[in-house]
Design a protein around this ligand. Structure first.
Ligand code: NAD
Length: 293
C-alpha cells in the first residue's frame, strides 16, 4: 500500500499497476447487477474488495432482490482476478451492520480507500397510491442507506486523509419520472448529499461524487413488474416488448446500458484520473439528458 496523506499519493505509478492498485474498495449491493460489475472492475484494476448485500427481499419491492448465492458468485468472480475479497450480508438501512462492514474491511485489509454506495431498490405507483410503507422503504434504502454507508466510512477516510466515495444516483435524480416519485425523490436526495459531503471533505483528501445511469440491464429492470410499467397496454410483456420503449427514452438507440458501462464511470471516479473532481454528477445517460441544462 502506498503512503496515504494526499489526494494523489503515488498508487498506480508502476507501469504494470492497475488504476486502483493496492487500494481497498467497499461496494454495497454487490450480489449482482451493477454492484457486481463494479466489484469485478475494481478487482481487475488491482483493488481488494469488501462486499455486502441485503440478500433477502423487501415486501414493497415488486421483484426479488439479490441472494447469498449471488453474493458468493460475486466473491468468486473477484477472487478469480487474483484479488482478495470478504463479503457480508448487511442491510444498508442498519447502522450497526454498516459500521460492522467497515470495521471488518479495515481489520481484513488495513483500510478502506474507495466506497461505492450502490445498493438500491425501485418500485412504482401513481403518486396518490404510494403508501407510507412504500415511501418509507424507498427513502430508507435508497437515500438513508446511502447516508449510512457513507457515514460508516467517512471518519476512517478523514483520519487517513484519503478517500474516494462514489454514490449511485440515477437519471431519475436529474429529472421527473412519472410513477416513480419516491424513487426520484430519493435519487435527487443522493445528489444533495453528495454535493454537501463533498464540500465538507474537499480539503481533507476525500472526494465525493455521484454517477447517474440511464436504464441498465440488471434484474432491477429486467423483471415482469417493470415490463408492465413500461408496457401498460400489453398483457404479460417481455424483454423484447420493452426494447423500443427504452430506445425511445434516449438518443443513442440503445435500449439500456450494460452494467460494465457504468463501471467505467465508477472506475474513473475511483482512480487518480479524477483526483481534481469532487461534488460532481457524472451522467451515464445514453444522451437522454443531452437536450437539457
Ligand atoms: N437498473 C437500472 O436501470 C438503474 C438505473 C439507474 C440507477 N440504478 C441504481 O443502480 C443501483 C444498482 O442497481 P442494479 O441496477 O444493479 O439493481 P439490482 O437489483 O440488480 O442490484 C441491486 C442490489 O442491491 C441489493 N440491495 C437492495 N437493497 C439493499 C439493502 N437495503 N441493503 C443492501 N443491499 C441491498 C440487492 O439485493 C441487489 O443485489 C441502485 O442504486 C439503482 O437504483 C439502476
Amino acid at each position: 500500500m502506498s503512503e496515504v496523506g494526499s489526494n494523489i499519493d503515488g498508487a498506480g505509478t508502476s507501469a504494470r499497476a492497475g488504476a486502483v492498485e493496492g487500494r481497498v474498495a467497499l461496494v454495497t449491493g454487490a450480489a449482482r447487477g451493477q454492484g457486481r460489475a463494479h466489484a469485478v472492475a475494481l478487482a481487475r484494476e488491482g483493488a481488494d474488495l469488501v462486499l455486502c448485500d441485503i440478500a433477502s427481499d423487501i415486501d414493497t419491492v415488486p421483484y426479488p432482490l439479490g441472494t447469498e448465492a449471488d453474493l458468493a458468485e460475486t466473491v468468486a468472480l473477484v477472487e478469480a482476478t487474483g484479488q482478495r475479497c470478504i463479503s457480508m450480508v448487511a442491510d444498508v438501512r442498519d447502522t450497526e451492520a454498516m459500521d460492522a462492514v467497515v470495521t471488518s474491511g479495515i481489520e481484513a485489509f488495513g483500510a478502506i480507500d474507495i466506497c461505492v454506495a450502490n445498493a438500491g431498490i425501485v418500485a412504482f405507483s401513481h403518486f396518490q397510491d404510494i403508501t407510507d410503507e412504500m415511501w418509507d422503504d424507498m427513502i430508507a434504502v435508497d437515500l438513508t442507506g446511502t447516508f449510512k454507508t457513507m457515514r460508516a466510512v467517512v471518519p476512517h477516510m478523514i483520519e487517513r486523509r484519503y478517500g474516494r466515495i462514489i454514490a449511485t444516483s440515477s437519471m431519475a435524480g436529474r429529472m421527473g419520472n412519472p410513477n416513480l416519485s419516491h424513487y426520484v425523490a430519493a435519487k435527487w436526495g443522493i445528489i444533495g448529499l453528495v454535493k454537501t459531503l463533498a464540500m465538507e471533505l474537499a480539503s481533507r483528501g476525500v472526494t465525493v461524487n455521484a454517477v447517474c445511469p440511464a436504464a441498465v440491464d440488471t434484474p432491477m429492470l429486467q423483471n415482469p413488474a417493470m415490463y408492465s410499467l413500461f408496457c401498460p397496454d400489453l398483457d404479460a410483456p417481455t424483454r423484447e416488448d420493452v426494447v423500443p420503449r427504452y430506445q425511445a427514452m434516449n438518443r443513442m438507440g440503445q435500449a439500456w446500458l450494460a452494467p460494465e458501462e457504468v463501471s467505467r464511470a465508477v472506475m474513473f471516479l475511483a482512480a487518480d484520473a479524477a483526483s481534481g473532481m469532487t461534488g460532481q454528477v457524472v451522467e451515464v445517460s445514453l444522451g437522454s439528458a443531452a437536450g437539457q441544462h
